[in-house]
Design a protein around this ligand. Sequence first.
Ligand SMILES: Cc1cc2nc3c(=O)[nH]c(=O)nc-3n(C[C@H](O)[C@H](O)[C@H](O)COP(=O)(O)OP(=O)(O)OC[C@H]3O[C@@H](n4cnc5c(N)ncnc54)[C@H](O)[C@@H]3O)c2cc1C
Length: 430
Amino acid sequence: MSEATDVVEYLIVGGGMTADAAVRGIRSEDPEGQIRLLSAEPHPPYDRPPLSKGLWKGEPEERVHRETGDLQVDLRLDTRAVSLETDPPAVVDDSGTRHEAQRILLATGARPRRLADSHEGVIYLRTLDDYRRLRAHLETAQRIAVVGGGFIGCEIAGSLAAASEAEVHLAFPEEMPLAGKIPPPFDRYLARTLEDMGVTIHSGVEVTGVEEDDRGHYRLQTGEEDPSPDPGDTQPDVAPVREKESRALGTLPSLPFDVVVAGLGVEPCVELARDAGLEVAGGIVVDHGLLTSAPHIWAAGDVARFPLSLTGRREILGHEEHANESGMLAGRAMAGASVRYDPLPYVYSGVGELTLEVVGLPSPEDEVEVEAGTGPLDPGCARYFRNGRTTGVLIWNRPGRAFKVKREWSSKDDNPGPGMDRLRELILQG
Ligand SMILES: Cc1cc2nc3c(=O)[nH]c(=O)nc-3n(C[C@H](O)[C@H](O)[C@H](O)COP(=O)(O)OP(=O)(O)OC[C@H]3O[C@@H](n4cnc5c(N)ncnc54)[C@H](O)[C@@H]3O)c2cc1C
């Protein structure tokens, strides 16, 4: 039997950036209402992006905290919701306590995908505790493996190479980092930036698992031999692999690593919603008001699958701005406001001195036109388009310009988006 409690006005399940934004959304409409927040983490909500970037450049850890607790919230940390009821809305937590609520927000976010044959020593960088675990190795680690060529893998490989004396190796199955997410030559420029920072890149390598040897070192299991040393295949100034070093060091599986960090993408945490019978399709399905298929239950952030006019489909995003905006609007909606969430998506990333931002939601099938400089740090841009409509814009090393693109693109209804000439003006000139 679960222990019963009073009916709470607002119950938020999740302790991330979306949850914090939702508290602020509720407070903007309802300064007094009773809010309870259940988070599986031991820390109050904090910003995740600095875990792979700013904190390695000396940003103090206190800066990541969001001060959610200052907003009259009953914060229940280290408390995991284990089941959801829809009528009346309620959640049971892992201590057996039942939290009945007038309105519930599911902001359970996403969890890292794991290697098929994982080892408990592998660090999947998602939480502050993961960051602290990795940081604790920094003084002593001599060789670090980063697995995965997406945003997190590239960011943390660059950060570790800059912040430590360790040899940093980055392995991924594609030809280039951020493959399919940024077009040539920017993918090669990213590879070169990482190499200039001291990262050894192993492209075309699928890591399937990690083993620990009897000396406490980790070895990567790969699907095949590290194919990097093939001089005939490479273009002179854009090679993603440091071939000579790679040869000298041996193939990846033979190298002993002190630490392995994996960034293999994420999976939304939909179990509560699915088990309660809510509509789930690769994410918790919501409408433009962020309401799920159950009355009085909303979802937002990394876990929500929402309708996006730009693509004409329901989409799932894992971006900071999405967490902040969808969380804020969901909170306001819970407090009775009429809201409509239909964003122009935006994501940013950075490796060393390099910044890259994407406005819109390009897909690998879109056509693309590119304006690039001759070196990795030269500003540039790319326009993705389909049927004459812009689907996405890459802004390369021109921080501060994304807002101009967003303002212009979202200023008119049924806006086909800026063309390449206009993008050159907005991003590269001035
Ligand atoms: C290292 C890192 C760097 C990033 N960098 C960038 C960046 O540069 N730019 C960018 O746009 N985005 C970035 N992101 C992505 C961005 O941080 C996420 O999109 C955002 O954090 C999602 O917020 P969320 O609150 O929806 O989900 P999450 O952050 O996943 O938070 C979900 C919370 O819910 C809790 N929870 C889950 N299930 C339960 C349960 N059953 N009961 C109670 N609590 C539960 C979890 O413990 C967690 O605290 C980065 C992410 C990481 C990890």
